[in-house]
Design a protein around this ligand. Structure first.
Ligand code: FAD
Length: 307
């Protein structure tokens, strides 16, 4: 099975590649919807698709089964997110074994956040790991896995400053990660400064792909979700555009908010393409339509599979 970096290179000939993130569905109806979304994206040939991991393994069995099915029953390259929260090293090894058994060789290694309150105090599992970097080493030692990690354009919320944050990102890359995927952002300058910081700190690790993550806003409710995922309030200029579109009536003008959200995501994506981003990674919340519209605006078409 291919690796993310190899797939990015293979897809680059047709323009800047894109990739999408899915979440483990909660029930049978959610699973059916996910599969419809998967089939729609399959026609557009993303460089890879990633599946998040519920905090503390709350949906572990379903997540492993569905991610395995992505590997076995589609033409897509799946990346399994793996978090250290609530797991001993033995459990993490066993989980990695389950992924390997179903044909998954690409994993995004994360520490995770305390379940219930992402900003709450972090306690490692007594037999677990303290930082994602340790888990990167464990997974690399297990054999033939391709590993990615998280990066934070505005710094991780627990990092005292950007220098500390960059140092630990470089350490995760040095430990064997081949690329990073960023936390979502709405100001491209933050992404560009992150890229500059990593290159300045470690030119070798800084040459590895930093894949920007973005999400089209489709309603004022998604604004709150986006702020949770960014870990910060949206920039005032973005919020202003969305609230202006929502109007002053008793109900938000959903069509106008959606149109503004798609326009904002298209502008961010275009700037990232112009700045040489290696890929555009979209949070989809398991829906295809908004991301497809952004891709269409950017000139992507469903195209023949990359050889
Ligand atoms: P780490 O790299 O361990 O860093 C955590 C903090 O410790 C940082 O402040 C870092 O600077 C600091 N640090 C690291 N190493 C050291 C050291 N040696 N000494 C001192 N300080 C150190 N969460 C989920 O639950 N499931 C998911 O599927 C998921 N997917 C995500 C995907 C992406 C692209 C991103 C950006 C985040 C995702 N998250 C997910 C959230 C993520 O788990 C949290 O943001 C978490 O708080 C940080 O994880 P990390 O892997 O960056 O941690």
């Amino acid at each position: 099975m291919s690796s993310v970096v190899r797939s990015l290179n293979e897809h680059a000939g047709a323009g800047v590649p894109f990739s999408v993130e899915f979440n483990p569905p909660r029930d049978v109806a959610g699973e059916a919807r996910l599969w419809r979304t998967v089939r729609e994206f399959e026609r557009m040939h993303p460089a890879f698709v990633s599946m998040t991991y519920g905090a503390g393994g709350s949906t572990k069995d379903r997540t492993v089964r569905i991610t395995g099915a992505l590997a076995q029953e589609t033409t897509l390259l799946p990346v399994a997110h793996l978090t250290a929260v609530g797991h001993s090293v033995a459990e993490l090894r066993s989980l990695i074994g389950s992924y390997a058994d179903s044909g998954i060789r690409n994993v995004l290694i994360l520490r995770g956040d305390p379940p219930g309150d992402p900003l709450g105090e972090w306690h490692r599992h007594p037999d677990g790991v303290e930082y994602a970097e340790e888990l990167v080493r464990i997974v690399r030692d297990l054999g033939d896995f391709h590993v990615g990690v998280a990066s934070f354009p505005q710094g991780h919320h627990r990092s005292p400053d950007l220098d500390h944050d960059t140092r630990h990102l470089a350490a995760k890359l040095r430990a064997g990660a081949e690329y990073s995927i960023t936390q979502m952002f709405f100001d491209v300058e933050h992404y560009l400064r992150l890229r500059d910081r990593v290159i300045a700190m470690d030119p070798v690790e800084g040459a590895k792909p930093i894949i920007p993550e973005l999400m089209p806003i489709t309603s004022l409710r998604t604004v709150r979700r986006a702020e949770e995922l960014c870990g910060r309030a949206l920039p005032a200029s973005v919020l202003e555009r969305l609230t202006r579109a929502a109007g002053t009536g008793p109900e938000e003008d959903r069509a106008a908010v959606r149109a503004a959200g798609i326009e904002i995501a298209t502008e961010i994506a275009q700037r990232l393409i112009d700045e040489g981003a290696p890929c555009l990674h979209f949070i989809t919340l398991n829906f295809a339509k908004a991301t497809s519209e952004v891709l269409t605006n950017l000139g992507y078409r469903a195209r023949a599979a990359v050889a």
